[in-house]
Design a protein around this ligand. Structure first.
Ligand SMILES: [Zn+2]
Length: 396
């Protein structure tokens, strides 16, 4: 399957046209290129989800609640998500990925920056995610979040090796994942930084999502998780730090000085009751993510605006748009969406609704329906695999 294409989109109701040649926005298209006219609609940039967990996509299909309700962030991880990720196998992951990616495209999200973990099914897991991206036409940055929390150093080594296996394509790039400072030893963190430099990639890690991450770093003798990553050589320029809820203004500026991105995940932070990331306003390099919630970025942005207001945070402007510059850095393209040299990703909206979605110059959604899949069939498969997953989770 060709992963990119050439297409002329427009003119839209404002007379705008966007030309895409071989997956990249261009000044014009050669004669004979297919045209998608949209006189009653509006051409908009595709949305970027700056941090998510595709593997959690089966949760809405009836995930059982833990018998003892979690009372804090660590218990939420231990009783829900770390049991879920241990139960993931190839079939459940494939069904989760197809469901999550299909729904993300239908919501107008054209790039997912994913952070994956499936400790009992590490090898080949990122190839499953990449295949689902290619099947439906989703752009993605993929990584395995290396950790020592289940099986020690061996688990971390295998996680980093899986990051190395991502084959770059016009739609997919690999990152080097670490779960978080509090579940990785010094050697693992140092190796992640080295691997990112070797591959010309960056590190993608949870930082200061909850105070537990701060306490752990201090117990290990560091001023905090950010300082620990820095001292171990893992703050590679361009790296993606999810959350940053418990960082000081100075720490946020330190990360920015190292060229790092933050990703704010308002709905997740509220749901996990970890606090509001008020100091992220100290950096201009803050994108918006969903941390495993659905990848409808309009919904996430509404939550951001609501929570920013509640927390008197006036520094959130441009957070959704920042994702474009982050993605452009990884693909070596122009950071201004819809401008020549940018990735050929866009959404055609009619009355505010997603009508068409183009990724890399190819239609992924036409007239509100997936071009390369049937949502009903995808959801049926997800439901079937979810039932298997809940059984496996009960045993995990
Ligand atoms: Zn996350």
């Amino acid at each position: 399957m060709a992963l990119t294409g050439s297409l002329l989109i427009g003119p839209d109701r404002y007379g705008r046209t966007v030309a895409i040649v071989d997956g990249i926005v261009a000044a014009g298209v050669p004669a004979g290129t297919a045209q998608l006219s949209c006189p009653d609609a509006e051409i908009c940039p595709g949305a970027v989800c700056g941090h998510t967990h595709i593997y959690s996509a089966l949760a809405p299909y009836g995930m059982p609640q833990p018998t003892t309700p979690p009372e804090n962030f660590l218990q939420i991880l231990e009783r829900i998500w770390w049991r879920l990720d241990r139960a993931i196998d190839a079939d459940t992951l494939r069904a989760a990925a197809r469901d999550y990616i299909a729904r993300a495209l239908l919501a107008g999200t054209t790039t997912l920056i994913d952070h994956h973990e499936s400790p009992n099914s590490i090898e080949g897991s990122l190839a499953i995610l990449a295949a689902a991206c290619h099947e439906f036409g989703m752009r993605a940055l993929l990584c395995y979040g290396a950790t020592e929390r289940n099986f020690g150093r061996d688990e971390a080594v295998r996680g980093l090796a899986e990051c190395r296996r991502v084959d770059a394509s016009p739609l997919v790039r690999g990152l080097v994942g670490l779960h978080a400072s509090f579940t990785a030893g010094d050697e693992t963190i140092g190796e992640a930084g080295d691997l990112a430099r070797e591959l010309g990639a960056v590190v993608h890690i949870h930082v200061a999502e909850d105070k537990a991450d701060i306490d752990d770093a201090r117990a290990r003798g560091a001023a905090g998780p950010l300082e620990r990553l820095k001292s171990l050589g893992a703050l590679v320029p361009g790296s993606i730090l999810a959350h940053g809820v418990h960082l000081s203004a100075d720490q946020v500026r330190l990360a920015e000085a190292h060229g790092c991105w933050f990703v704010h995940n308002p709905r997740s932070n509220e749901g996990n009751r970890v606090g509001y990331a008020c100091n992220l306003s100290q950096s201009a390099k803050v994108a918006l993510g969903t941390d495993g919630w659905n990848a409808d970025m309009a919904e996430e942005e509404r939550a951001l605006v609501r929570l920013a207001e509640q927390n008197h945070d006036t520094g959130i402007a441009g957070r959704l748009a920042a994702g474009h510059a982050l993605v452009a850095q990884r693909f070596g393209t122009d950071p201004q969406p819809l401008m020549p040299g940018a990735v050929g990703d866009l959404v055609v909206r009619e009355n505010g609704h997603v009508r068409h979605v183009v990724v890399g110059g190819r239609l992924a959604v036409r007239d509100g329906a997936l071009v390369n899949g049937n949502l009903e069939a995808i959801a049926d498969a997800a439901r079937t695999q979810a039932a298997r997953l809940w059984t496996r989770m009960a045993e995990a």
